[in-house]
Design a binder for this molecule. Structure first.
Ligand SMILES: Nc1ncnc2c1ncn2[C@@H]1O[C@H](COP(=O)(O)OP(=O)(O)OP(=O)(O)O)[C@@H](O)[C@H]1O
Length: 244
């Protein structure tokens, strides 16, 4: 059976950079997984996630969604973004509308849904993320944690099968962090996959079922979380990436 999403030997170098950010990154992700993506600063985690919904296009290699190669056309990318949601590291890269309501509505409107359906999705996603009372606020006047939750609501309103979250949970207070992880769990129970790129080893040990470690633009390890932290061979292989 084909994977939900597959990164096959991806190579990518940012324009103007001499160092490749991805050097043959390969990873297979199935439905219903809780994945934590670890790796030192600059290992390539964000770059890999930006390939998942076609924001970046690999110089070589292929991204496949349900076995089909991504199509980098307007139509192809819209289809991908319906299924693959990314919450960026910096929510300011994601929020660009005048109000929170407009921002969360943007994705579902782009899907061509009816106004009623969009309203329903926006209200449900805002409620889930605890930003229902912020809907009429300008996005620039929010705190960092509020911006993160609005960005998450905007992605959830699209109803993704796979949610990729780039180090966005670190700025949340402990209460909100628990809420956000509860949202991730609900998505997974529904059959979606959540991938969290983070330096949060607690999330890797206590939340993830699968831990993926990137090193210098490649996936060095992809294994059950319990194994990564206990198997001496894997531990040695992962080395400083997971040492506290
Ligand atoms: N916009 C960019 N332009 C040029 N180089 C970039 C850009 N973004 C990232 N890079 C480079 O690509 C490599 C991979 O970076 P990436 O952001 O994917 O790492 P990361 O694992 O997400 O790191 P971090 O843990 O610091 O977020 C690094 O060498 C980085 O300097």
């Amino acid at each position: 059976m084909s994977a939900l999403i597959e990164f096959d030997n991806l190579h990518y170098t940012f324009p103007g950079s001499r160092m490749p950010a991805l050097r043959g990154a390969t990873l297979r992700i199935e439905a219903g997984q809780r994945i934590v993506l670890l790796g030192r600063n600059g290992a390539g985690k964000s770059t890999l996630l930006l390939h998942a919904n076609g924001i970046l296009r690999p110089a070589a290699g292929q991204v496949r969604l349900n076995g089909k190669p991504l199509e980098y056309t307007r139509r192809g990318l819209l289809m991908v973004r319906r299924q693959v949601g990314v919450v960026f590291q910096n929510p300011d890269d994601q929020l660009f509308s005048a109000s929170v309501r407009q921002d969360i509505s943007f994705g579902p409107l782009n899907l061509g849904l009816s106004i009623d359906e969009v309203r329903h999705r926006v209200a449900a996603a805002a409620d889930l993320c605890g930003v229902g009372d912020l809907l009429d606020r300008p996005t620039h006047a929010l705190s960092g944690g509020q911006k993160t939750r609005v960005a998450l609501a905007g992605v959830l309103a699209m109803g993704p099968d796979i949610l990729l979250v780039d180090e966005a949970t670190s700025g949340l207070d402990p209460w909100m962090r628990r809420q956000v992880f509860a949202i991730f769990n609900r998505l997974v129970e529904r059959g979606a996959t959540v991938v969290l790129a983070t330096h949060d080893l607690d999330a890797a040990q206590h939340w993830a079922d699968t831990v993926v470690v990137m090193h210098e633009g490649r996936v060095a390890v992809a294994a059950p979380a319990a194994k990564v932290f206990t198997d001496p061979d894997l531990r040695a292989q992962v080395g400083p990436e997971i040492e506290r």
